[in-house]
Structure formats: C-alpha cells, structure tokens
Design a protein. Structure first.
Lengths: 552, 497
C-alpha cells in the first residue's frame, strides 16, 4: 500500500516536471484512495468492490490518468474483475492503475539479442564488441546452443574475430541461450595490393591497377586492373589515420592493401591501408608487444610499430589488435623508411588443434594395451602438444561409444565399435593365444574431446612420430589424382620447426595425400568431399602422406 | 471515357521497374539487375546455371496485385544449347485490417508455362501449385512483413520418359520504408526424379530415380544513403553538398545435396554437396540535395548531422543560423521525424479526394495548435499515427522543449517497436532507470536494445534532459541509419551469411 502511494506520488511528480507524452496531464493531488476489483465499468462510471466488500460507484475526471502495470493505457483497456488501485477526488477517479501481468519482466525465449564481434574467449566467458564500440561480457552454459550456417556445431568452433549474435531468454540475463556464428564468409578471402586508380562513391567501388595477391609469403600477379567493392563497414586508413571515402581521390597513384571477404561470390573490402612509404615484408616470431608505444618486438630484435589502421589477421579473421599475443609467428607487411617501420598488415600464422580456451581436444598416439566395451587403455603414448609429440610413460584410459569413429588403416575401412573391442587390436602379448597366433598390440591415433575418443585410427605398427611434420595452410584444391589418390594442395603453407620453435613459411604450395587420412571438422570425421578450397587445415603428415587432417 | 482513363491509371503496367519494390523475381532463387537475370536449375540432378532476361509487369487494384514474370534464359556456355522459357503470374489478395494496422496478403499462382531444354531432354512444367500468405504490419516509419509458402512443380521428361517433382517450402521476411526495403526468401527445394533410360548392356528400359534437396536463400535489398561530395571548383558559392544514392542489390545462395550423376544415372551412393552464390547489382541512382549554408554549424560536433537533415528538407528554416545549442521543440521534432521518414500524410490524401466537396472546417484536437498553424498537419499526422500524444487531452505544448525521453518515445513509436519491451515489472540497464518517466520506459528499453541510444560515461540515459537542436539532429540521423543499414543487416546478412 505504502509502496503504491510512493509510486503514485513519484509518478505525479514526474508528470509535473515533464510536459511529456503522457496521455493525460496531472491529476488532483488531494483526495483518497481505494483498492479492489472492478465490478462494472463504462465510459462514464466505474463500480468497484473494495477488498473489505464495500461497493463504490465513481465517475471519471476529464483528465483522469489510466495505467496498467505502469504502462499508460486508455479507459477501454480495463475489464470487469480486474484488480485496481484508484485515487479519487470526491466522486471522481483522477488516477486508476490496474494489475494484469502474470510474469513481470518476461521476454520470449531469445527475445534479447546482442550482435558483435568476438573479442576474447576465456572458457565460458565471451567478450564481444558491439557495433557501438562497447564491449560486453557474456557467459556460455552447457545448454548453450551453437549454430553456424544453420547447423548445430560445438562451441569449440568459435574463434576470436567471429561475428556472432547472442540470444538470451531473460531480459537481464548474461547467460547465453543460443549463439549464431557467421559462416565462413567471415574469413579473409585474400589480401591484395595494387595502385589506386579510382574511387567511385556511388557504386562504392575502387579500381586498382597492377593487382597482386599475397600467396605463399609473396605478392603474385593477379590482374592488370581490377575493381573491388567496399563493404559498409570498410575501414580505410593511411599512416594510422582514418581516410573518409570522400578523400580517397587524394590517394590516387598510391599503393593500397586490401583485406577482402567473400560476399556471395564477390570480393568485398573490409579493411584497406594506403601505403605511406616503402614496403618491407618480414616473417618471424613476435617476442614482445609494447602496448604503450604500439610496437612489436620480433625475435630478430627488430621493432615494428603498429597503429589503429594496421590490419591484424588471426585464424583467417580480421581481429582487434588486443587479440594478438607474444610468441605468435607472423608475416608482417611493414611500411617505412630509414629503419622506422609501421606494420600495415600483421598476418598471424599460428593455428592449433584447439581454436580457443573453450576447446579441450587432444591428439594422442600410442599402443593399444587393452580394449573393453567402451574403454581403451593406451600405454607408452604421445600427446601432440604445441605441434610436437610429447611422450608419456604409463597408461592412459580413454572412453568411446557408438558415436566414436573407428578406422582400420590397414584394411582402409571403417569398423564398428563391436569390431574394435572384440577383434585383436589389443591383446595380452604374453598369453598363449597371442603367441600361438603371433599377435601383437596395434597402435593408434586418437582424437579426443577430454577423455572421450571422437575418432581413432589403428594400424599394426607405430609410425615414426619424429619423422612427422605439422603443416598448416589454406586449401587450394582437392583432386583425385590417378597416381597418388585423393591429394590436397595447400597454399600459404608453413611447417612447424621444433628447433626454431616457430612456423616456417613455405614459398611453394604443399601437396599431400589424404587417401589414408582421418579428416576432422567441428569435432566430427568428414569425407574428403567436404573439404572446400579456402578451408584452413592443420595436418600431421609423414612427408607426402597426411595422417590426420583438421579442417578449421 | 473518364472511366476508361481511371481504369488505365489504376491498371498501370510497370515494366521492369528496377527500383519499384524489393522482392526477388519469382521463387527460384534467381537474381537480376536491369539487364540480366540468372538462376540455378536442378532438374537433371546437376546444378546448372541459366542466364538471360526477365521482364516483370505489375498491376495493382485496390485490394489486389498481379505480378507476371517472363524469363528467357540460356546456358552461359553457349556451346551447350540449354534453354529455359518460363512465364508465371501470381495474384495477391490483400485483406486490410485497418483496425489493427495490419494486412494479410494471400498469393496464388494464376497461370504458368515453363519449358526447359537441356541437351536432348525437354522438361515441361505440367502442374504448378503455389500458396503463399504474408502478414504485413504497417507501422508509421516502416512496414514489416513475414510469410510462409508451399508449392509443387511437376515436370515431365520428354513427354513420357519420366518426371521431376520439386516441392517448395519456405518463408520470407521483409520490410519497406522510405530509406530502404529488403525481402529475404528462405526456401527448401525437395527434388525427386524418376525416368526411364535404356540400359546400354542389354538395351532394355530401366527406371532410374534420385532425390536431392536444395536450400535456397535469396535477398533483394534496396537502400538509400547520403554521401557528402566536395565541390571540385573552389570559386563557387558552396563548398559541397549531399547526394542521396539509391542502391539495389540481389544476392542468392544455393546449398545443394544432389546425387553424383553419370549422365542421367546417379553414380552409386556418392553425393554432390556444395554451394553456389549469385549476386547482381543495379546502377545506383543519385539525387543531388539542396546545399546547407548555415553560418553557425561549421566546426560544431553535430555539423554533419545538421547539414544532412537540412539537405533532406527536414529543417526548412530560411535563417542562416541554425542555433544548434538551443532546445529542440516538440513541434519541430515531430515535424522532423515525419519529414525525414517521408511518412505518408493521410491529410494530404484526404485533401486531394475531397477538394471539391464542401467540408466542415478542420477542428484541431489541441487547443494550443491551430489548424492554420503551418506545422499543424505534422502534429495531426503524428497524433493519428500514434507517434505522439498531447501533454494533456487537449493540449500539445508545441513550443515546449523536448526531453530525451520524449524524443526516444517518438522514434520507437514510429517504428512500432514498443511492444518489444519485456512485460511490465522490469528495469532498464541504465543507472538512472528510476528517473525514466513511466510512459517512456518501454521505449527507452527498446531503443537501447536496438542501439538507437546508449548511456553516457556513467551509463545514464538522462531521460528528463532537454535536447538541444544539435543532439536531436544526431538522434534523428542515427534513426535514419537504423532504417537504412541496421534493418538491411538484420534482414539479409544476419540471415544469409
């Protein structure tokens, strides 16, 4: 009661000071109140049965204020049977509020939406940057539904730099009920450079001449002249300062770098930097980042500054500068003179099995010591850790189920769970049975999510893991070669060097056979037919033959 | 004669009206510009591209619209003599529910004729069933609509060699306002084919069948934007001015799951999963706008906003001084929103239809706004459309300064988004939520959700702060950007990418 009176006075006060949009103006401040149920209501009169049973019939003052649950309404919105609070002046109602809402603050599921770019992922915490520039932090739960291209995918597919829409079921909740991730169109399709010839404002297009594309660590000729469309969000800068589209005409004849994405089959510019002085291309490990001065220190002790116009690309996505970390390997297109360089493009090479802190996926290799119905014991096993096989003594228990993918590399066929645990893939080598039949334990590669095996590929003899190389890059083509079988050509490839502890870019595309590979995408085994040009891949290969291929 | 003239006026045929409306041509996922049209065809089990021309004619009556499409397409590879000819007419009946500001549109196919020649095979459309229903919500600043459709196309192959049945299910969403319109169709084609082929080994006829699905998303979007152009000559009476550019673009994506075909026969259980994107852009139309010449806005933080609105005739002052720091009045703001959004004035229509009839003198709903007031029509329009209400039942206070709460409420009401707020009994995320007038709470909540407004450095919305003319200009321009870009992104990129 007291609360309602306070509310009433507050409302009256606000109405007095604000000549706003209220449907009616101020109402009499003197009078009495009554509460109860509407018995009957018409245009002129209302009959109210108070809670104590007393019945009153009142008229409406000409400037009476009507509200239902705090929302301004008209007299017609009140119904018989409704509970009301009335302020009266004599026999006239000057204010009437009804109560109807069953679920205060309710929104339909998914009724609150936030759109933005993922700035940071830390376990169940996602920081997104909204279109307004504000950053907000939200949280995932095990029940969070994740969709990409309309298909349900694991949360581990999310990258920093992804464009997302987050849906919430409660208006004040920070727990995400559903995430919709923009598909592969978010990825940088190519980085071009060329001489700016024209900028057409009406079409939103720019024309470059002497166009080259960054491939395999070098600029390669594409076309004499090409036109590119600017996206609505395109950021253009020169020497760290924003360039308005209207002023692009002043940069005619200068070299421009473009980061383009695919927009329904066409290239569309999302970032553009105008070269200021002379170009130097550097490849190396970022040893330290000085955020205060805005500079990268490379392992070669070379310092390269960066600014708000620098294009940072990581995991194939345009990212915020704060998404890069020391110890990353990068290709830097720097711009400068007299030893002072500023990065126009920083292309981070790093790729890993896990996309972010959300993922808990591992690749193991080892001897299959024991297999029971849903459990496998590995012994003398290795785990791929930071692109290198790390050996462990002892045993490791892993679990599998009917959804696990089992593959016999010797027979080149998929096997069932029952075959996996009932055949002789793991035997007691000291037993008479094994000795009589000459059986030995098999070896396998296991891709796991925690301790659950997503896919396992088994073979009779252990590969030499030391001979294996990790290669990452972008798929250029997939072909069924009559001599080598299904063969992948990977451009912008780089191999991991254990000695240098960094990714070593290759100047030529890498070809690898995936005929006997397990191909994994979004935590599922896929067919080679599902690999598309433009996909980023992470492969464990033994020279030409790829063992495990992750499609990112 | 007069009747005939009216008949022709009503039944005006619009041929290839590039910018007339944003709606993809037909329901095939194709895209077109002024000159060419292209779409993907899947009747053979292989994705085949066809290009050519489409002509579109529209006839509108009071409660119905007839749209006819005529396609003449061939394979882009001229060595393959493939050909597609299709004419189809759809009729839409509108059931206007003016009491609710909504309309129900029911679309059926009226006539059709289609023949596809691919290699030596001819596919004839024997039957086409189609049903589509949309609900259109007419709000003051924009119309929003959403619909569902189902259809089935039945083709024969070489008259009696088999058939292809394409079942179509899907829906569309769209909006239409002065600053832009987008329609996005999301369809699934479920294709099943059965045909008789001659077995080369024993020369006997055998039946071959296959099934496939194609997910199609196609969007047609028109948007207007304002860009500033410098005057290249320096010895001119003005430095530069704004150009309103109208762009229209169609984009389409087909994601197919088809059998791998070896000629006319599926190659075992192998599937062909891939996607194809198409796009087409029309030539942008440009309109030069009047040049602002205020003496007191140069260098002001809101100069760009003020000049944009002036160029759009939102502010029709002839003064050389805009006075950006003076308070914006309620009357000026409602006039601004109606002019900026080109909200159709029902009064103008009324005037035209009853000019020759003697009518009762106009009575103002407010005692402080005379029908002779030059801005009376805007206030009346705002009241009729539910964008604004009086301060009291019979008083509008046109010259009173406008508060932020009032401005936000006007904008959200113009969009018709007020009902997107939670059920009563919630708090907004602003730190001064307790200062928000009860009548503005829903609007302020919604405006924050759709990024029309944001809090200050202390996360306050300052609802009762009087807005300056500069601040009101910035808010109006942000509102126009919402109509131009935010809606387009939500209806196209967010759905299709």
């Amino acid at each position: 009661m007291l609360k309602k009176i306070i509310t009433l006075f507050l409302t009256a006060f606000v109405l007095m000071i604000s000549p706003g949009l209220s449907p009616a103006g101020s109402y009499a401040q003197t009078g009495s109140t009554l509460e109860g149920y509407i018995r009957d209501i018409s245009d002129q009169k209302i009959t109210v049965e108070e809670y104590d049973g007393k019945v009153s019939t009142l008229s409406f003052a000409p400037a009476a204020v009507f509200k239902i649950d705090g929302i301004p309404v008209s007299r017609d919105d009140f119904k018989s049977g409704m509970e009301v609070y009335i302020f009266r002046s004599g026999q006239n109602v000057t204010f009437m509020e009804g109560y109807s809402t069953e679920s205060p603050g309710y929104i339909p599921p998914g009724g609150k939406v936030r759109s933005g770019v993922v700035k940071k992922i830390d376990r169940n915490q996602i920081v997104i940057k909204l279109a307004t520039g504000q950053e907000e932090t939200y949280f995932t739960t095990p029940a969070t539904i994740v969709l990409k291209n309309g298909s349900n995918v694991p949360l581990s597919t999310l990258y920093e730099g992804d464009s997302v829409r987050l849906f919430f079921d409660e208006y004040d909740s920070t727990l995400i009920s559903r995430i919709s991730i923009q598909g592969d169109s978010i990825k940088v399709k190519a980085i071009y450079k060329g001489t700016l010839q024209a900028a057409d404002r009406s079409y939103g297009k720019i024309t470059l001449s002497d166009v080259k594309v960054l491939t395999d660590g070098a600029w390669k000729d594409v076309d004499g002249v090409a036109q590119f469309q600017l996206s609505d969000e395109a950021d253009i800068s020169a020497a760290g300062y924003e360039v308005l589209p209207n002023n692009l005409k002043y940069f005619r004849g200068k070299t421009a770098y473009l980061a383009v994405r695919d927009f329904f089959g066409n290239d569309r510019i999302y970032r553009m930097v105008i070269k200021n002085q002379s170009e130097t291309m550097v490849s190396g490990k970022i040893e330290d980042i000085n955020w205060y001065f805005g500079a990268l220190e490379l392992s070669t002790k070379q310092n390269i500054s960066f600014n708000d116009g620098t294009i940072f690309i990581k995991n194939g996505r345009i990212v915020d500068k704060y998404s890069i970390n020391p110890d990353s390997d990068a290709l830097i297109v720097a711009d400068g003179a007299s030893g002072q360089s500023t990065a126009d493009i920083v292309y981070i090479y790093d790729e890993d099995i896990n996309n972010s802190g959300i993922s808990q996926n591992f690749l193991l290799a080892g001897r299959l010591d024991e297999i029971v119905e849903n459990q496998l014991t590995l012994t003398d096993f290795f785990i791929l850790n930071k692109h290198e096989w790390e050996s462990f003594d002892g045993d490791k228990k892993l679990y599998f189920d009917d959804d696990t993918y089992f593959y016999d590399l010797e027979d080149k066929r998929q096997i069932s769970r029952k075959e996996f645990y009932s055949e002789d893939y793991a035997v007691d080598e000291t037993s008479k049975y094994a000795k009589d039949k000459g059986l030995r334990d098999w070896y396998g590669y296991m891709y796991t999510e925690g301790d659950r095996i997503v896919a396992v590929a088994v073979k009779k003899r252990m590969d030499s893991l030391l001979a294996q190389r990790i290669t990452v890059g972008t798929v250029e083509s997939v072909e069924d070669d009559p001599l080598t079988g299904i063969t992948l050509t990977v451009k912008d490839a780089r191999d991991w060097s254990s000695r240098k502890d960094q990714w070593m870019p290759k100047t030529q595309p890498v070809r690898m056979s995936i005929d006997r590979s397990i191909v994994i995408k979004e935590n599922k085994v896929i067919s080679y037919e599902d690999i598309r040009p433009g996909d980023t891949v992470y492969g464990i290969r033994d020279d030409f033959y790829c063992k495990i291929l992750f499609v990112k | 004669m007069k009747k005939l003239l009216i008949f022709f006026m009503i039944f005006s045929v619009l041929m290839n009206q590039g910018y007339a409306l944003s709606a993809p041509a037909g329901f095939s996922g194709g895209v077109n510009n002024e000159y060419t049209y292209e779409e993907m065809v899947f009747v053979t089990g292989k994705p085949l591209k066809f290009t050519g021309t489409v002509s579109i004619s529209e006839r509108e009556k009071q409660d119905s619209k007839t749209v006819s499409y005529s396609f003449d397409l061939t394979s882009p590879d001229l060595s393959e003599k493939n050909q597609l000819r299709r004419t189809v007419t759809y009729v839409t009946q509108y059931n206007n529910r003016n009491d609710k500001g909504q309309a129900i549109a029911q679309t059926e196919v009226q006539s059709y004729n289609e023949r596809i020649i691919i290699g030596r095979d001819q596919y004839n459309l024997e039957d086409y069933q189609f049903s589509k229903s949309d609900v259109i919500d007419n709000r003051p600043a924009s119309d929003f609509y959403s619909g569902n459709f189902n259809g089935r196309k039945y083709y024969t192959i070489n008259k009696n060699e088999g058939n292809v049945v394409i079942e179509i299910t899907g829906g569309d969403v769209g909006y239409e306002n002065f600053w832009g319109s987008t329609e996005t169709q999301i369809m699934v084609f479920s294709i099943s084919s059965q045909r008789y082929v001659v077995d080369e080994q024993n020369n006997e006829k055998k039946s071959v069948s296959w099934k496939g699905t194609v997910n199609v998303q196609v969007s047609d979007s028109m948007t207007k934007s304002l860009s500033y152009y410098d005057n290249e000559a320096t010895l001119s009476s003005f430095n530069g001015g704004y150009v309103r550019t109208t762009e229209r673009e169609m984009v389409s994506k087909y994601e197919y799951n088809l059998p791998k075909m070896n000629g006319n026969i599926p190659d075992g259980s192998k599937r062909n999963n891939d996607s194809v994107s198409l796009s087409a852009q029309m030539v942008p139309r440009v309109e030069r706008l009047i040049v602002p010449k205020f003496r007191d806005v140069e260098g002001h933080w809101a100069q760009d906003y003020i000049e944009k609105l002036y160029s759009l005739d939102v502010f029709d002052t002839s003064s050389s001084f805009f006075v950006p720091e003076a308070p914006m009045t309620r009357e000026e703001f409602i006039k601004g929103i109606i002019r900026a959004c080109n909200i159709r004035s029902s009064m103008d229509t009324q005037k035209k239809t009853v000019t020759r009839r003697k009518q009762a003198p106009e009575v103002s709903p407010f005692k402080d706004v005379s029908p002779q007031d030059p801005d009376y029509s805007y206030i009346k329009e705002g009241l009729d459309k539910g964008i604004v209400t009086g301060v009291t039942k019979d008083s509008f206070k046109p010259g009173a300064p406008l508060t932020r709460a009032q401005a936000v409420t006007i904008l959200v009401r113009a969009l018709g988004f007020g009902n997107k707020a939670p059920n009563p009994g919630y708090q907004t995320s602003f730190s001064d939520d307790d200062k928000i007038p009860y009548w503005a709470k829903d609007s302020i909540y919604v405006a924050r959700e759709i990024n029309l407004i944001e809090g200050d450095s202390q996360n306050r919305v300052n609802p009762n702060k009087v807005m300056t003319r500069a601040e009101a200009s910035a808010m109006l321009v942000r509102f126009l950007e919402f109509l131009q870009k935010d809606l387009q992104k939500d209806y196209r990129e967010n759905i299709m990418l």
